[in-house]
Design a protein. Structure first.
Ligand SMILES: [Zn+2]
Length: 121
């Protein structure tokens, strides 16, 4: 990797630091450090991994299959979590509305008592 500061080929991959470098790694950008001038910079990862995986399409396919399977599993888990949350929310809503109607009915009990005194009037 060529260093942009001293233009020597002494730069090598550095450890990712912070959430930003992890985020840009998603787009193929990785931090590098020059062993000559100790300069740190972020650059697009050279696609040295591409020809290697092209030589082994079976491995690539297997990795892709595993990744998609993991994604499906994760999505299913998220869906289950979402469904559970919805059910819990509905249960809560049912509980709240049932309690409210019960207290509403409770507030309606005085009228029958009033009505019982009405015929006596
Ligand atoms: Zn350098």
């Amino acid at each position: 990797m060529l260093c942009p500061k001293c233009k020597t080929d002494q730069a090598s991959r550095s450890h990712r630091r912070g959430p930003l470098e992890h985020a840009i790694a998603f787009f193929g950008f990785y931090p590098y450090r020059c062993r000559n001038c100790k300069a740190r910079f972020v650059s697009l990862r050279p696609d040295t991994a591409a020809p290697a995986s092209a030589n082994r399409p079976g491995v690539e396919r297997e990795i892709k299959a595993t990744r998609s399977a993991m994604a499906v599993k994760r999505k299913r888990r998220e869906l289950l979590l979402y469904a559970t949350a919805v059910v819990l929310f509905l249960a809560f809503l049912y509980y709240v509305t049932r309690e409210r109607t019960a207290s509403f009915e409770g507030s309606l009990t005085p009228p029958p008592a009033f009505r019982s005194t009405d015929p006596a009037c």
